[in-house]
Design a protein around this ligand. Structure first.
Ligand code: PEP
Ligand code: MN
Length: 338
């Protein structure tokens, strides 16, 4: 529910209405503009009779937001959110290019890939140190040692780091070492983790879409993080599970305009996990930028045939460089700067 106040309303009158809302156990979020002040009501708005608010002489109107999310809602925040990841802006006119291996495997591997990715134009380095694997027998990641290797690569290239957090146990370490904290598809509805991430993470969050999550479920997960105290959420579409088995997942390109219509949050596309095949990455990356995404997250590996995880969907650095040259051309057409 959104309360729109009369133009040039006095602060004391706004506070009076806010108190009325809070007395019913709901939270509020005020946006004070030059002309108009609006108040978002957060929580179970069924506890409020909008007529009781509308009757106030200071209130212009009460609008119902159909969606159950408020903080992420475009209706409540008409401008695109631009999120600063250690100096790299994501959202608005800025296109983020995140590249790197699925998993951190060694210092030599990460540094070699990071240097090549940066030379190609990437502005953020990805690498999984804690890996969510379907099999308990598969490589689980290097853990803390992996994060330290990413930090060394950051020292060499200056690229901020993106890495996945799987457990709240490591939040302090991620706050210290990682610039953009990824919550993976499998944890998108780990609500206790989302609440802790909102409450304790001091860095922006990259929230991947769950394997079969609807837009509303995905945005509600962003809302969990935002409502718990961290407003800096970037969404990442990485393909959803469908009846098709030829590709790993089906890239939902419609997610870009839908997310932009419903929310003010930036949306990044991960074509690597979507298709699961390296040769699908180029056409899907181009289509994503053409459709207005705010960034690409692409797996790049110096020796995909020997990768410990996701080699078949990884681009070699030379292919990545070719792709980025073309991506920059498309970016110009859609008014994005790299
Ligand atoms: C990843 O980015 O390495 C990853 C595991 O992605 P997802 O959670 O989308 O499967
Ligand atoms: Mn991967």
């Amino acid at each position: 529910m959104i309360i729109v106040f009369k133009p040039k309303v006095k602060e004391t009158d706004v506070n009076h209405v806010v108190d009325q809302v809070k007395q019913r156990g709901l939270d509020t979020h005020l946006v004070i503009g030059e002309e108009v002040t609006i108040c978002g009501v957060i929580g179970d708005t069924t506890r409020i009779d909008p007529r009781q608010i509308e009757v106030s002489p200071f209130v212009e109107k009460v609008m119902h937001v159909g969606e159950p999310y408020k903080l992420a809602n475009r209706a409540f925040h008409p401008d695109d959110s631009i999120i600063d990841v250690s100096g790299v802006k994501i959202g608005g006119d800025h296109l983020a290019l995140i590249a790197g291996p699925c998993s951190v495997e060694s210092k030599e591997q990460v540094i070699e890939i990071a240097i090549a990715a940066k030379a190609a134009g990437a502005n953020l380095l990805r690498g999984g140190a804690f890996k969510p694997r379907t099999s308990p027998y598969a490589f689980q990641g290097m853990g803390t040692e992996g994060l330290d290797i990413l930090l060394e690569a950051k020292k060499v290239t200056g690229l901020p780091i993106v890495s996945e957090l799987m457990s709240a146990e490591y939040i302090d370490e991620f706050n210290e070492k990682v610039d953009l904290i990824q919550i993976g598809a499998r944890n998108m509805q780990n609500f206790d983790l989302l609440k802790e991430v909102g409450r304790r993470c001091t860095k922006p969050i990259l929230l991947k879409r769950g394997l079969a999550a609807t837009f509303e479920e995905w945005i509600m997960s962003a809302e969990y993080i935002m409502a718990s105290g961290n407003p800096n959420v970037i969404l990442c579409e990485r393909g959803v599970r469908t009846f098709e088995t030829y590709t790993r997942n089906t890239l939902d390109l419609q997610a870009i305009p839908v997310v932009k219509k419903l929310t003010h949050l930036p949306i990044i596309i991960d074509p690597s996990h979507a298709g699961g095949k390296w040769w699908l990455v180029e056409p899907m990356a181009k289509a994503s930028v053409a459709a207005g995404c705010d960034g690409l997250m692409i797996e790049v590996h110096n020796a995909p045939e020997c990768a410990m995880c996701d080699g078949p969907q990884s681009l070699k650095p030379s292919k990545y460089a070719e792709l980025i040259t073309q991506i920059k051309e498309i970016a110009k057409i859609v008014g994005k700067e790299v």
